[in-house]
Ligand binder design. Structure first.
Ligand SMILES: Cc1ncc(C[n+]2csc(CCOP(=O)(O)OP(=O)(O)O)c2C)c(N)n1
Ligand SMILES: CC(=O)[C@@H](O)[C@H](O)COP(=O)(O)O
Ligand SMILES: [Mg+2]
Length: 623
């Protein structure tokens, strides 16, 4: 008999053999395992710790993997991974070729749906429920969604779709910890808090759960109707019931006496159900409980104290440069307002929020709304700066096209995490913004090669009077001394090096890798001109013409090769008839496949997006 319960569990089948009385001990072991593992790998900590009990209870009661358990975002799924056969691989979490930090279909049959972006779980689980009904499989579909993720439009679209038909055999578990990454915001959050403060109902419900468990299905149904009636008197018309869901809760998501009987009851019902579970983000690790925002995503830390490893120091991140630059601009321009979609820490806007609380808007996890909301403010003469990660901005494409660009409204988009992001992997890579934005009229797109360029681009955007996009990467800037925020003439590239044999046209920080490559190539007798393109749109035509004169052009960008900066250069060459002279051309960027997780350095080396890769590509082009 192993002393460790966790070590004895290789799948939920093993878990289901345990007596209920063992589950709290298993939970303690699982929490310790997660703390120890993440203390070495880094990753998302607080969310997973908060759902250890819920994860155990769900796998204990439902028949996974036949019953489909869909985790929203997936950042809380480490306990789920540990219980579903991946315990011994978890030390490779978020590393190259290792276990993903999110749910991933190719990784396990227990991950029926991949995630990374938020608020998709109810739609996906409802789709599975519809398929189960069509296939008569009898499989249940369960979505576990956080109170933060529930603020997104997609979640409401799915609730709207699910609640209208009583045949939808769908369980939505709302994991309410009153936190998004930062404290959760918005009217829904206030509504949930109001429910949580309904103590009277809570007490009655706790007792009722235990009684209901022992009833036959017929009596259970009658009891449930009575219970719903009673609840209706205590909590008049909950939002979810109005939407067609049978609402259970709120229950304590760390109390097996509440979790297990409630889940058992729910399992017997076949209609849209919403179970409201209250949990504590970071549960079982004091630093994370006390400071859930800091311990949402962590670098490696001391598992005894929670003290995180200090980063190597060095220059400020591009995020910080953006944050400081925006505050500097806003200090002299009262029209500037800042908007985040639940990412005020990640985008650096928390400093703006402190300095200009009246000019700051956190709209929740609602990128589409954030963009149209910005459009509305711009229509009234404000200058909104929407700071959104490139990958999450994908959600708001139509809003960008229809609500901002088409109306030529002066919204500034600060797209952070553009390019490869590292450990979060393909769900979070900002690999497509240049391709999908470049096609849209009225749009100016810039990419800074260093911190001063970023500052100047912000100033340029603020004066532009039309939609402007600035995309910059995850990571540190160069550490340059800061210069005044002088606007840049729109559409002007910078030549960094002269050379008659070939030209390298680069976007963003890759201009420096291109310069290093050119220096290496010069030693080999190949003299390359190097340009920092600065503007992806409008493209500097003079740069393209000068490059064409060398007869050999290599473009470099950390964006999909398809439709990106290289495509723009090719289009310009073609438009101006410059290809006829026999220009050798290659575009270096992210190839047409999803790039798995790994450090940015590893991935750039693998894709040839570092100085060595650029030099090699140029040699091959000239061969
Ligand atoms: C579309 C999208 N926008 C933003 C994010 C970044 N993000 C990841 S987790 C998170 C907070 C989620 O809060 P909640 O759903 O309540 O889960 P908790 O961490 O509290 O368990 C945010 C904003 C994301 N993953 N996807
Ligand atoms: C789960 C999620 O989407 C965020 O927590 C994201 O992982 C943050 O990424 P950064 O670490 O780049 O801010
Ligand atoms: Mg939450």
């Amino acid at each position: 008999m192993p002393t460790s319960l966790l070590q004895s569990i290789d799948s939920p089948t093993d878990l289901r053999k345990l007596p209920e009385s063992d589950l709290p001990k298993l939970a303690d072991e699982l929490r310790q395992f997660i703390i120890q593992t993440v203390s070495k790998t880094g990753g998302h900590l607080g969310a997973g710790l908060g759902v250890v009990d819920l994860t155990i209870a769900l796998h204990y009661i439902f028949n996974t993997p036949d019953d489909r358990l869909v985790w929203d975002v997936g950042h809380q799924c480490y306990p789920h991974k540990a219980l579903t056969g991946r315990r011994d691989q978890l030390h490779t979490l978020r590393q190259k070729d290792g276990v993903s930090g999110f749910t991933k279909r190719s990784e396990s049959i227990y991950d029926p749906f991949g995630a990374g972006h938020s608020s998709t779980s109810i739609s996906a689980a409802l789709g599975m429920a519809a398929a189960a009904r069509k296939q008569k499989s009898g499989n249940k579909a369960i979505a576990v969604i956080g109170d933060g993720a529930m603020t997104a439009g997609m979640a409401f679209e799915a609730l709207n779709n699910a609640g209208h038909d009583r045949r939808n055999d769908l369980v939505v578990v709302l994991n309410d910890n009153e936190m998004s990454i930062s404290p959760n915001v918005g009217a829904l959050s206030s509504y949930l808090s109001k429910i949580l403060s309904g103590d009277a109902y809570n007490q009655i419900k706790t007792g009722a759960g235990t009684v209901l468990e022992r009833l036959s299905p017929t009596l259970l149904d009658a009891a449930r109707r009575a219970e719903e009636h009673m609840k209706g008197m205590l909590i008049p018309g909950t939002l979810f019931e109005e939407l067609g869901f049978t609402y259970f809760g709120p229950i304590d998501g760390h109390d097996y006496q509440q979790l297990l009987p409630t889940l058992r009851n729910i399992k017997r019902l076949t209609r849209p159900i919403l179970l409201h579970v209250v949990t504590h983000k970071g549960k079982g690790f004091a630093p994370a409980e006390d400071n859930p925002c800091t311990y949402h995503g962590v670098s490696p830390f001391d598992p005894d104290t929670g003290v995180m490893q200090k980063s190597a120091g060095g220059p400020p991140s591009y995020t910080k440069v953006f944050s400081d630059g925006l505050i500097e601009l806003a200090a002299s321009n009262p029209k500037i307002v800042a908007i985040t979609a639940a990412m005020m820490e990640g985008t650096g806007l928390s400093a703006f929020q402190k300095r200009f609380p009246e000019r700051f808007h956190d709209v929740g996890i609602a990128e589409q709304h954030a963009v149209t909301f910005a459009g509305g403010m711009a229509a009234e003469g404000e200058i909104p700066v929407c700071a959104i990660y490139s990958t999450f901005f994908q959600r708001a494409y139509d809003q960008f096209v229809h609500d901002v660009a088409l109306q030529n409204l002066p919204v500034i988009f600060a797209l952070d995490r553009a390019g490869l992001v590292g450990a979060d992997g393909p769900t979070h890579a900002g690999a497509y913004d240049l391709s999908f934005l470049r096609a849209i009229p009225n749009t100016t797109i810039m990419a800074p090669s260093d911190e001063n360029e970023l500052r100047r681009m912000l100033a340029t955007a603020a004066k532009l009077g039309k939609p402007a996009v600035i995309r910059y990467p995850r990571g540190n800037a160069l550490g340059l001394e800061l210069e005044p925020m002088t606007p840049i003439p729109v559409g002007s590239a910078r030549q960094l090096r002269d050379g008659a044999d070939a030209a390298i046209l680069a976007v963003g920080e890759h201009a420096h890798a291109a310069l290093a490559a050119a220096n290496t190539l010069a030693d080999e007798g190949i003299n390359c001109a190097v340009y920092d393109a600065r503007f992806i749109k409008p493209l500097d035509a003079a740069m393209v013409r000068a490059a064409a004169k060398t007869g050999t052009i290599l473009t470099v960008e950390e964006n999909a090769v398809m439709g990106g900066f290289g495509s723009a250069v090719l289009e310009k060459l073609s438009e101006e008839g410059l290809l006829a002279g026999g220009v050798r051309f290659r575009s270096l960027g992210i190839p047409d496949r999803f790039i798995p997780q790994g450090s940015q350095k590893e991935l750039r080396a693998e894709l040839g997006l570092d100085a060595e890769g650029i030099a090699a590509a140029m040699r091959a082009l000239r061969a």
